[in-house]
Design a protein around this ligand. Structure first.
Ligand code: HEM
Length: 393
């Protein structure tokens, strides 16, 4: 609570407090140390209609790793690859460790580790499965500065956990097991605040200081969410999967420093203190107050500027919305946002939104898209079946 409290609204369910009925979602890890104090022993189920790590409450750390297939990796090899990968996902997320894990102790406390796997166009064509039109590089945007080594890829492995240690371990195990099939292409590391630094479910802050993630579809919206995010039966091998867009967006924090507080708030259209919209008075508005894009001040000027980020990003067509899941990055002297979003069809959802931003968004003066990738997120799998199986049916 309080002026600085940015309680959340529309995030995916936060980890439930222990002792509640819903706590069954998180189970003690199999490594045997689940009874130790701390959240390291919590494990999330990797099985289900959808892969874990998409609507799961965001973890403190995320690593997106893309791989390029070796020339010899044909359909038969890909089947072997998914078998190994499935065993890794089950072993690493449960706390048991994958087969032949030389450091099984590092797997014992997964801290809600999830592994989410996506495939690029080249992998799909090697299996002979149908490639959806959107599974291709995105159309170019005027302001893009891609080409710094974070574009595309044949296979995506996204690891998330509340502790960087199980992530590093999982990266090494998966990298080792994939080595015969693919080579590393790029790795992007992101973070939110450490678990415990804020109440669970608090909307994250990005490195420009803004409350980021307020207006976002929620799995609690039921069918509406399903239609936006999950592919249906008409998608064949992708039924139950999703389309993932990952944009690496650099922030120019040195010049952003020169902008005063009102200027910063107008750039977005929301207040820095609590993320409330500028259309409503600060005394009564909260983060959850809906933005009123028609509100004007005494002089008749729009309270939310015409080129404010939320006005340009806002979709009047409800079917155009995306499910955002971002993280901060700060490495090699560069800061920014790993902007990730899930949807059914990026050409119908991400692209029109990004076109409006690219054309005119006050934020453009301080942000540049430097990496871009699109992956088909595989449908979920059950015990006894393999991740990626539907690709070969
Ligand atoms: C809203 C920051 C890039 C789509 C917001 C908000 C902030 C923000 C602070 C207001 C709070 C909220 O509702 O989350 C940023 C920053 C970016 C960035 C710093 C780049 C570094 C993008 C991109 C897209 C996007 C690339 C999609 C193409 C949206 C949408 C909203 C939003 C859809 C909600 C608009 C509404 O109120 O309906 N963003 N954003 N943002 N942003 Fe961004």
């Amino acid at each position: 609570g309080g002026a600085l409290g940015t309680r959340v609204l529309r995030e995916a369910a936060a980890p439930p407090p222990p002792g509640t009925a819903a706590a069954a979602e998180t189970v003690p890890a199999a490594g045997g140390s689940g009874s130790l104090a701390g959240f390291g022993g919590e494990s999330l189920p990797c099985h289900g209609a959808h892969q874990a790590g998409i609507v799961t409450a965001p973890a403190a750390h995320v690593v997106h790793s893309a791989f390029a297939l070796r020339a010899a990796t044909d359909a038969a090899a890909l089947r072997r690859m998914f078998r190994v990968l499935t065993d890794d996902v089950e072993g690493l997320t449960s706390g048991n460790g994958p087969l032949a894990d030389p450091e099984v102790e590092l797997a014992a406390r997964p801290a809600r580790l999830t592994v989410t796997v996506g495939v690029g166009p080249e992998l799909v064509s090697r299996t002979g499965a149908a490639r959806p039109a959107w599974l291709a590089p995105l159309p170019a945007f005027e302001r893009d500065h891609l080409g710094s080594g974070f574009d595309g890829g044949d296979l995506l492995v996204t690891l998330q956990a509340d502790d960087p240690l199980p992530i590093a371990h999982a990266m090494r195990m998966i990298g080792r097991d994939l080595a015969g099939f693919a080579e590393p292409l790029w790795t992007q590391r992101g973070f939110r605040q450490a678990r415990g630094a804020e109440a669970d479910g608090t909307t994250m802050r990005n490195l420009m200081g803004q409350v980021d993630g307020t207006v976002n579809p929620s799995p609690a919206d039921g069918e509406d969410f399903d239609d936006l995010v999950w592919l249906g039966p008409e998608a064949g091998w992708l039924a139950g999967g999703s389309a993932f867009v990952l944009r690496r967006i650099r922030m120019e924090l040195a010049t952003w420093d020169a902008v005063d507080r009102p200027g910063r708030e107008q750039t977005i259209g929301r207040r820095l203190s609590d993320g409330s919209p500028l259309s409503a008075p600060s005394e009564t508005a909260t983060e959850s107050t809906p933005a009123d894009f028609s509100a004007t001040d005494e002089r008749g000027l729009s309270r939310i500027p015409m080129a404010a980020h939320i006005r340009r990003a806002h979709s009047t067509d409800p079917a155009e919305r995306v499910f955002r899941r971002a993280a901060n990055y700060d490495e090699g002297g560069e800061s920014g946002l790993l902007f990730g979003c899930y949807q059914r069809d990026p050409l119908r959802q991400f692209v029109p939104i990004q076109r409006r931003l690219d054309e005119a968004d006050l934020l453009n003066e301080w942000v540049t898209h430097v990496g871009s990738a699109v992956f088909a997120i595989l449908p979920g799998f059950e015990r006894g079946t393999l991740l990626g199986d539907p690709l070969f049916e």
